[in-house]
Design a protein around this ligand. Sequence first.
Ligand code: GLA
Length: 408
Amino acid sequence: MAKWKYDVTLTAKNDLGSDEKILEIVIGDKLSLTPPMGWNSWNCWGLSVSQDKVYDAAKSFVDKGLADHGWTNINIDDGWEIFGKSDAPKRSRKGEILTNEKFPDMKKLGYDIHALGLKFGIYSSPGPLTCGGYTASYKHEYQDARTFAKWGIDYLKYDLCSYRNFMNNQNSVEELKPPYILMNKALRSIDRDIVYSICEYGNGKVWEWGESVGGNLWRTTRDIWDNWDRMYEIGFGQVENAKYAGPGHWNDPDMLVVGWVGWGPNLHQSELTPDEQYTHVSLWSMLSAPLLLGNDLTKLDTFTLNLITNDEVIAIDQDKLGKQATPVIKTDDIQVWKKELSDGNIAIGIFNVSKENLDYKLELKKLGVNGEVTLRDLWRQTDIGKFNNMFTTRIPSHGVKLLKVFLK
Ligand code: GLA
């Protein structure tokens, strides 16, 4: 529960005029009142991640202005630990988990990331090994939580991986909960706020119980790839879980696959077309999904930079009401999703999921919108005009029209 709430009015002025916004500061036990925004090493570097690469990503958040748009977390995924099959000791004599040679000084990395004004995330697994075969937290949960705190960790992704070998039924809630409860207790026992990201691929309908085991977010699906079919299957499949999302507890349909990605040392440009990338970012924002970039931030072209720094689109994701969008109209070609916003207005995404460019006539009444409303194109940041029920628009194949509907 929120213990204290402060409204701070921010005013910006220049020759063209001035504008005001209220920044709400909430202090209490709940973490992640809006979906986490940040970067995770997996979709670009995979197991080839290193301390330098992580720091470069952090530096880019600041140097390229991303931090000014809300991008905050810098999260290391798998590959920082000692490889399970290596002969080297995996833990110190006191049992403290060791980093591999690619991470010479984790505490320094934490310090450096914090010095940039950013937050630091890490990855482990409740089993003996991570998915990549590296050392994990099994039987060292409390100790690892303490080590993470010592390194200045603010965010933990806890990935089921090899723990599955201890389970009889991969979808059994009774079997899935205990390892997550254990790490939650460990995290709560230390004097540091650590966002808890559950990763077990949506097994046992994790959205129904993720919050009860302390999760601030939980992966709802298997891993994403940078192609339309996988992004479509994952993104447009987020329907049943909608009512479980809210401030402090989010459905996580996996990381963004825009920009240069590759899951290893060799990167390529996302195979999603530009329109598919607009759809990807729009849909994730409509879903109040965690926005975790998975690309090499040192290689940002103008298109990708614009795609991830549009404040009006990000505001849909970060809306403090935290309501996940739901589909209202669904045909083979078009899907229209609606999201309620904290200011009493709504956002709608009209997605053309067909292989053709289409002209589409939207009847606003079908979205529960009556009377004259103003529509704003969020990608273009312009008002389109006032409409009374019928709105016609052309949408490219696999593209989107992302609108804010001003009801008042
Ligand atoms: C699993 C997770 C991925 C990533 C890898 C790391 O596949 O779903 O997001 O963390 O493990 O090995």
